[in-house]
Design a protein around this ligand. Structure first.
Ligand code: AMP
Ligand code: ZN
Length: 114
C-alpha cells in the first residue's frame, strides 16, 4: 500500500470503483476514461511502480496478470481478441505509478492505444 496511490486507494475502498474480477494477487477495474469499447485495468494488489521494479518473488503475480487477461477474454462479450498494454514510466505515458495492464477489446480494436 502506498498512501498517495489511486489504485491502492481503490483496493483499500477509499476511492469508489467497481472491481469486476479479482484473485489473491490481482484485481480488475473499468478504466474511468475508456479508449476502447472494453477498457479494463489489470492491477497487482501489491504496490509496484512499474515493470522495472518487479522482483523474482513477484513472478507468480506477473503470471497471474496474464492469466487474468486470458480469463477476461474468455468471459467478457466481444473480447476474444484483445490488446494488453503497460506504460512503464511517465515519459511513455504512465500517469498512475502503480503497475497496471490496459486490457483493450471490443469491435475493431486494431487502432486502440493508451
Ligand atoms: P496510464 O496512463 O497508463 O498510467 O493509465 C492509467 C489509467 O488509469 C488511465 O487510463 C486512467 O483513465 C485510469 N484511471 C485513473 N484514475 C482512475 C480511477 N479512479 N478509476 C478508474 N480508472 C482510473
Ligand atoms: Zn499503489
Amino acid at each position: 500500500m502506498s498512501s498517495n496511490c489511486v489504485f491502492c486507494k481503490i483496493l483499500n475502498q477509499e476511492i469508489p470503483a467497481t472491481i469486476i474480477a479479482q484473485n489473491d494477487t490481482v484485481f480488475v477495474i473499468k478504466d474511468i476514461h475508456p479508449q476502447a469499447p472494453l477498457h479494463y485495468l489489470i492491477i497487482p494488489k501489491k504496490h509496484v511502480a512499474d515493470l522495472t521494479h518487479i522482483q523474482p518473488k513477484d513472478r507468480d503475480c506477473v503470471a497471474d496478470i496474464l492469466f487474468m487477461a486470458q480469463q477476461l477474454s474468455q468471459t467478457l462479450p466481444n473480447a476474444r481478441q484483445f490488446k494488453l498494454i503497460a506504460n512503464n514510466g511517465p515519459a511513455v505515458g504512465q500517469s498512475v505509478l502503480h503497475l497496471h495492464f490496459h486490457f483493450l477489446s471490443g469491435i475493431k480494436s486494431n487502432s486502440f492505444s493508451v
